[in-house]
Design a protein. Structure first.
Length: 554
């Protein structure tokens, strides 16, 4: 039995520092701090924010690389009862302008990334017109933590921190003690199939309690564990696992600006015990590294990845000394919703997404009628519980559409729940293609194509078709050194899966359109639709499954 542990972001590190002061709390490739050092640095940022007039309810935007300062800004602002807004580092000026305005950001904290990465201060400076940014009328100050002194209308690092010296620590402490655990702790903008980012309001309880709960109940994390996470700190999967580690008293390692070489060094040399790559686009870079076969990763006891079962099995086979678990998660439920137990059989850990985290509920319903599905029957996944978000910021209509009268959040994902209460994923509701009246699961086609030895990553979408309404299209990233053709991939499917499921178009890609960590299928779909329209193609080539050829009959 794991007792409920709920506190505020401001109290979390202070509390752990009292018992784990000299233990390392947080490690980046270029920085290491103990719990005592981390607590002290967070206080410094809180005082500096207070000197700029930040108080309860103010929105503090954070647009910077994955680094120690990001964590200090996040927790320092939250300590005052302000609401940090981690901004997606992939956004450009158009998207940034929308988020700055919609979130009512009052203070923005920026810093430049490593050489060759985005220069966030320059990006923001390019948005300025006169004394401010027209899209962000609430913005009072921009703090550039990478600049020692003020420049270009920004507040420099030295000025920012020195201003904090004028604030009595007791003022911060008083504000810290007034924060309620059901207050909104942060505002995270999530992108999915919609064109406009949605601001998820997450409470202190939802992110802190959930982070600790997942670590204890699903990962069985102890104070001696070393948890590695490469997900961006603007992403729920970068923030909540970190908070969970702080609650348990373990050490949280962040990959910084991810590259496979540095990641492999950290995993091996730091003797990482828990790895949280989450997405195959990240973990496959580690597995495919030339040094991987000789690296000693024997300390890793558990890896959490999200991929189709075929790919999970392949990844498990390449590092069989570590247990592989999959998961369902979303920003709206503060990261992981379901996870298998490490003691579950491999089929359960790879072919299902496990059972809900204690305190969370799941069900599946008929997408049209809302009637609950029987075990084993695919329907729309719904969830509720303490970790659920409070709604979408300034969008009551969207919130009311997503959360029904019973408090269930409708995810837009398709799944079934087996007789043991474990989740089996079936793709996005909008990933169900309709080919000539036949339903086609994108996930099913992806699972089959992943068996081809040349395929590294595959994403399936539907594109318009004059004859069938829409047809299947596949975007494929090939393994290093592998070669293939569109015809070869189509022939791989013909006669093996139903003809209406066979891709009529195949496009090979070297990089993917991403929203943080997820591949944006709607971008892939639109790019191919535009290509076909420009070429005047309205009807896909037909497939003769009897003769295994393209261009004969449907």
């Amino acid at each position: 039995m794991h007792w409920i542990e709920a506190t505020t972001l401001g109290d979390l590190v202070d509390r752990t520092a009292q018992r784990r002061g000299d233990h390392e709390a947080l490690v980046f490739p270029d920085a290491r701090v103990t719990y005592t050092e981390l607590a002290h640095a967070i206080d410094g940022f809180a005082r500096a924010f207070r000197a700029l007039g930040v108080g309860p309810g103010d929105k503090v935007g954070i647009l910077m690389p994955n680094c120690l300062d990001f964590v200090l800004a996040l927790l320092g602002a939250a300590k005052l009862g302000a609401i940090p807004v981690p901004v997606n580092g992939r956004f450009k000026s158009h998207e940034l302008g929308y988020v700055f305005a919609h979130a009512d950001i009052a203070i923005l904290v920026v810093a430049a990334g490593p050489a060759g990465t985005t220069d966030y201060p320059a990006l923001v400076a390019g948005m300025r017109r006169g004394d401010g940014i027209p899209e962000a009328p609430a913005l009072r100050h921009v703090v550039d933590l990478g600049s020692a002194s003020a420049a270009g209308g920004f507040v420099g690092r030295a000025e920012f921190l020195q201003a904090g010296d004028t604030i009595d620590p007791s003022e911060v402490r008083a504000l810290q003690q007034r924060v309620r655990i059901r207050d909104v702790a942060m505002l995270i903008y999530t992108s999915g199939t919609t064109s406009r980012p949605k601001g998820c309001m997450l409470t202190h309880e939802s992110v802190v309690r959930h982070g600790i709960n997942v670590q204890r109940s699903k990962f069985h994390t102890t104070e001696d564990d070393r948890f590695w996470d490469p997900l961006p700190l603007f992403h729920i999967g970068g923030i909540v696992p970190m908070l969970g580690c702080f609650g348990v008293g373990a050490t949280y390692y962040h990959a910084g600006h991810f590259n496979a070489d540095q990641a492999l060094d950290t995993l091996e040399q730091e003797r990482i015990t828990l790895a949280y790559p989450a997405f195959e686009t990240i973990w496959l870079q580690v597995l495919d590294h030339p040094r991987f076969p000789t690296a000693d990763l024997s300390a890793i006891r558990l890896i959490q990845n999200i991929a189709i079962p075929e790919r999970l099995q392949q990844m498990n086979d390449r590092l069989p000394t570590a247990l592989q678990v999959s998961s369902f998660g979303a920003t709206e439920c503060s990261s992981n919703l379901t996870l298998p137990d490490p003691g579950d059989p491999i089929d359960v850990r790879i072919k299902t997404l496990g059972s809900p985290v204690p305190g969370m509920e799941i069900k599946t319903v008929d997408p049209e009628s809302g009637d609950e599905r029987e075990p084993g029957v695919v329907g729309e996944l719904c969830l509720r519980g303490y970790a659920m978000f409070e709604g979408y910021y300034k969008d009551p209509e969207l919130t009311a559409t997503a959360i029904d009268g019973g408090g269930w959040f409708h995810t837009g994902d398709l799944a079934s729940i087996d007789g043991e209460g474990r989740l089996v994923y079936a793709g996005r509701l909008k990933d169900m293609l309709k080919v000539g009246g036949e339903n086609v699961s994108a996930l099913e086609v992806e699972d089959y194509l992943a068996r081809h030895p040349a395929v590294q990553i595959v994403q399936v979408v539907g594109v318009p078709d004059a004859r069938y309404e829409e047809v299947v299209a596949a975007f494929i990233e090939l393994r290093s050194g592998a070669q293939s053709t569109e015809a070869e991939m189509i022939e791989f499917c013909v006669g093996k899966i139903a003809t209406f499921k066979v891709p009529r178009y195949v496009r090979f890609v070297g990089e993917w359109p991403m929203s943080g960590t997820k591949i944006q299928k709607f971008v892939l779909r639109q790019s191919l639709s535009d290509e076909l329209q420009e070429q005047g193609i309205t009807e896909a080539p037909r497939i003769d499954s009897r003769r295994a050829s393209v261009g004969e009959t449907a």
